[in-house]
Design a protein around this ligand. Structure first.
Ligand SMILES: [Ca+2]
Ligand SMILES: [Ca+2]
Ligand SMILES: [Ca+2]
Length: 557
């Protein structure tokens, strides 16, 4: 080693300088590292807050922080909702630089606040812990479970513990109460036992104590077979229970013997009279009668009420052979005017020894009311035994045209000046007054058809009672009033239907008559007939006598 060598000294100075610079560089680097760079805490040490607390300052995420930072996603971090959030830390004033990322835990360390309610169950139903919860207050979702499973097999009031736990394991144990009752699916009363409604009929004593009646069958209904309901309030539930009021009593009735004619088929129930039962009764044959077995036979009948209670009995059926054909009454040769609308069955009735109402058949083949001439009409009726009767009558269509009458009716309608909505009795009165003003009464003996009689009356301005009734009738036809003419040996007058009821109408003028007779009942007819009998000095009234079986029933008043 040569210490004084100049060269060596320079070398040494240079070497020492290099060493000093190096040291300076190291010191500078260390200073920079500690005073100018930032260091994030590991995520495990990242900030944690309880929900509701404010967001920490950005520095909280750093173990060393030499700069100002902002939390770039602060808006997405919900400090009142528990959870783990990503936190984006951005250096202030260096928005383009890479951001740093860490976490924030918003914790929930508070147990839920719970309000419970009572649970009302029926035996056989399951109960879940949720049903006990009236309300829960917690920031995170909760789950519920029973501390111990309830015994659902016993009725009564019971207390039970429910554990309510939030998502972070904070839990509370609350008390809940439940009742279990047993209620019947249906309650049956027997109408005859005169039962009174009782809640204990629907549930045992404990169950009944839990039920409030909302509605129930009335006392009357409990004595009338049928299907009803009872409605109860059970806690916050409404329960509807069917109530059957049943009938266990068979019907009572008196058997009766029946005599029929061949061809008739009475129903089984006709063999019973005075049927009594609380429910509807039907009848059936235990064995079908032999309907063509003439003479007597025993018939077995079963009456059944709506609840299948039966009453069986036997009665005698007598079947009479029927060899008598029906009778056709009232058919006669007639004259009608050309163009007249002919009601073939009008005034004709069928009677039969069997008493059965039979249909009248009309064969009017070839009849043409528009062509004058004589036509043969066949009326036929057949009874249930097959016996048949036929009557042939002629209907002559005259040359005189019905339009001649129509022209007179047209004039009458114009003269009447009726309003469409005028009451029917007023219309009748107007027709009555018109006919009586138009006609002078005379005595006649003609026996023409209604239209011809009306035509003669209109033309001659005088008529007997047939003319009065015929003229009234054709006007009624035009006005749309259903009407009939009653023709007896002593008098002819009308029947008019008003509001589905039949009344007499008689326009004939008589000097002994005291009042207008445009709409009257049987009672007034009897009075007028008596007046007539007095006038004629007869012992018995006969004026309005007619075969009532041939006409509809006339009102009494
Ligand atoms: Ca909580
Ligand atoms: Ca009964
Ligand atoms: Ca017969």
């Amino acid at each position: 080693m040569q210490y004084n060598s100049k060269k060596t000294l320079v070398k040494r100075i240079v070497a020492a300088s290099i060493g000093g610079l190096a040291l300076l560089a190291v010191i500078s680097a260390v200073v920079y590292y500690f005073f100018y760079t930032d260091k994030l805490k590991p995520e495990t040490d990242a900030p944690k807050i309880e929900y509701g607390e404010p967001l920490p300052a950005p520095a909280a995420w750093f173990s060393r922080c030499n700069h100002e930072y902002i939390i770039a996603n602060a808006a997405e971090i919900l400090t009142d909702v528990p959870g783990v959030y990503e936190v984006v830390l951005q250096r202030a004033g260096a928005e383009n630089a890479d951001a740093l990322r860490s976490k924030l835990t918003v914790a929930d360390s508070t147990a839920p606040e719970v309000v419970t309610k009572k649970v009302y169950a029926l035996l056989g139903e399951t109960i879940t812990p949720d049903e006990f919860i009236e309300s829960v207050n917690d920031v995170s979702p909760v789950t519920t479970e029973f501390a111990a499973a309830p015994d659902l097999t016993i009725t009564g009031n019971t207390e039970i513990s429910v554990v309510v736990k939030d998502l972070y394991g904070n839990e509370v144990v609350v008390s809940g109460f439940y009742s279990i009752i047993e209620i019947k699916d249906v309650v049956i009363y027997d109408y005859e036992s005169k039962s009174e409604f009782a809640v204990t009929d629907f549930a045992d004593e404990f169950g009944a104590s839990q039920l409030d009646v909302v509605s129930k069958p009335t006392a009357e209904e409990l004595q009338k077979p049928g299907e009803y309901t009872a409605v109860f309030k059970y806690g916050e539930r409404q329960l509807t229970v069917p109530v059957t009021v049943m009938d266990s009593t068979p019907p009572t009735a008196t058997p009766r013997d029946i005599t029929i004619f061949q061809g008739q088929r009475p129903g089984a129930i006709e063999f019973a009279t005075g049927i009594e039962d609380a429910s509807a009764v039907t009848g059936e044959y235990i064995t079908e009668p032999v309907w063509d077995n003439f003479g007597d036979q025993q018939v077995a009948v079963r009456l059944k009420d709506a609840y299948e209670n039966v009453f069986e009995f036997s009665a005698k059926l007598t079947v009479n052979q029927d060899k008598t054909p029906p009778a056709i009454v009232g058919a006669a040769d007639r004259e009608v005017m050309k163009g007249e609308k002919v009601a073939f069955k009008k005034g004709i009735i069928v009677t039969d020894n069997s008493g059965v109402e039979l249909e009248l058949e009309v064969d009017s083949t070839g009849f043409d009311a528009s062509v004058p001439g004589k036509y043969s009409i066949t009326y036929t009726a057949t009874d249930l035994a097959g016996n048949s009767a036929s009557v042939k009558k002629n209907i002559t269509v005259t040359e005189a045209d019905v339009s001649l009458v129509d022209a007179y009716v047209d004039k009458a309608i114009t003269a009447l000046k009726l309003e469409e909505n005028q009451p029917a009795p007023e219309k009748l009165k107007a027709v009555y007054q018109y006919v009586r003003k138009y006609l002078k009464p005379i005595v006649e003996t003609s026996d023409d058809g209604v239209y011809q009689t009306a035509y003669a009356a209109f033309t001659n301005a005088k008529a007997d009672c047939r003319g009065y009734s015929a003229m009234s009738s054709v006007i009624f036809d035009r006005l749309g009033f259903e009407n009939l003419i009653i023709h007896t040996k002593t008098h002819t007058w009308n029947l008019v239907k008003i509001n589905d009821k039949w009344y007499f109408y008689d326009a004939m003028e008589r000097n002994w008559q005291k009042e207008d007779l445009y709409m009257f009942g049987q009672k007034k007819a009897d009075e007028v007939a008596q007046l007539h009998a007095d006038e004629m000095k007869k012992d018995k009234p006969y004026y309005y006598n007619f075969d009532k079986t041939l006409y509809p029933k006339v009102e009494e008043e």
